[in-house]
Structure formats: C-alpha cells, structure tokens
Design a protein around this ligand. Sequence first.
Ligand code: NAP
Length: 229
Amino acid sequence: MSTVMIVGASRGIGLELAKQYAGLGDDVIACVRDTGAAEQLDALASGAGNVRVEQLDVGDFPSIDAAAARIGGGAIDAIIVCAGVTGGQEQALDNVNIEEWHRTLDVNTIGPTLVARAFKGNLAASGNGHLMLLSSQLAASTWPMGGMLIYSSTKAALSKVGQALAIDWKDDPITITVMHPGWVQTDMGGPHAQITAEESASGIREVVANTTKADSGNFYKWNGEIHPW
Ligand SMILES: NC(=O)c1ccc[n+]([C@@H]2O[C@H](COP(=O)([O-])OP(=O)(O)OC[C@H]3O[C@@H](n4cnc5c(N)ncnc54)[C@H](OP(=O)(O)O)[C@@H]3O)[C@@H](O)[C@H]2O)c1
C-alpha cells in the first residue's frame, strides 16, 4: 500500500487517478483548488476511508506551502501533478492575451515547481518517491503545429523543469518523470479525444509503478512509450 498525492483531483485525469488508486487500497491525498466545488471527489472521499481532500491552488503559491504544513512530513510515495489550464482562446500572436499568459505560467509551470519544492521531503521520506508532472505533446519539439502559444510554451517550460530537477535531485531517492497523458476525453480534451480518462489514468499508474531512479528525467506517453522531447 502506498501514499499517493494527486494535485488537481477535482475533475478529469486527476479525479480518475484518485478513483483508481483509492480503489486499489492506496492512501490518496487529493488536492483541489476549490474544496467547495469538487462534488465527485467529495462523493469518492465520503464512500472511502482512504481519500483525504486538501485545498491546494497551484496558482496561489502560499496555498502550496499551507497544504504542505497541514499534510506534514510523512512519506508520500508518488505525487502526480495534474493541475493545468489551456490558457484561453486568445493564443495567436496577433491576439495573445498577455495577462492570461502570465496567469497560465503560474498554474502550468511555477506552481507545479513549487509543489516539487514543498513536498520534496515527503518524497525523499518514502525512500523511493516519484514526482510526475503532466505536460503535453504540444510541449515537444516534435509537435508539428503552431499556435497555442500560451499552452505550449508553459507546458514546454514545465517539461524543462522536470528534466532539470531530475538532474538537480540525482542524489535524492526520488524519480521525476514528465508525462503526456494522451489526448483524453475530459473537459480539456473534449468528447472526441482519442482515449478515455480511465485508459489514461491506468497507463499513468503503470508508468509510475514500472519506472525507477534510472528512468528519472524521462518524458513518457501514457502508454509507457518514451515521448521525444
Ligand atoms: N485532456 C487532454 O487531452 C490532455 C492532453 C495533454 C495534456 N493534458 C494535461 O493533463 C492534465 C490534466 O488534464 P485534464 O484533461 O484532466 O484537464 P481538466 O479536465 O480540464 O481538469 C483540469 C484539472 O486541473 C485543476 N486545476 C486547474 N487549475 C488549477 C489550480 N490553479 N490549482 C489546482 N488545480 C487546478 C482543475 O481543477 P478545477 O476543477 O478547480 O478547475 C481540474 O481538476 C493537465 O495538466 C493538462 O494540461 C491533458
């Protein structure tokens, strides 16, 4: 049995991961931006004794440290940062919304990085901790489309953070991976996406379970294949 923390567990892939880990008997720390608006997670938590809901808004940096203080220094075996936003509709060069770009950088890049800092001790206490950052194929140099300046740049920066932390933490008992979760049927991916949240979460769990320190710094697809940078 492990302790798994999901950041951004109110909807989509994060909610599904919380469901799957809880169903397998793991202890789940489910972090949400707005504890008053996470009905599905609340229903999961009230029916299960192993799901603890915590407030953590990755765009509100003091809330990250506040959550870390409440959660304390106990071991956390895996932290999966799912929280993310697209950055809105105005993402072409001619109409890009600069304010939204800054806000999205906070949520998609800086907040997840501060989560890594705040919970590094918990991951180390596990002796074999795993930090996974959900990025995107749009962040890779191989993505063939332009546009989406806000989303792709903030996710590319997140991927780079993951790669850099894997080097910085090379002597710590923590594996860091970057994940493209697939094109997934969620609010973000839309109903016509290629895979379900169940398939994505199940693949993500497999990657967490089957990677070791030697894999730290890798960029994965949800199906376990290596994603090119
Ligand atoms: N779906 C796809 O096809 C796809 C593809 C590539 C990458 N991804 C990435 O995978 C991750 C999960 O995507 P998804 O499809 O599950 O998205 P989603 O359905 O839109 O859900 C996004 C989740 O992030 C949370 N969140 C947003 N801002 C937050 C903040 N400031 N603090 C804490 N939580 C916050 C949301 O909480 P609220 O309910 O409070 O808003 C929600 O739980 C994202 O990082 C996304 O960029 C998704």
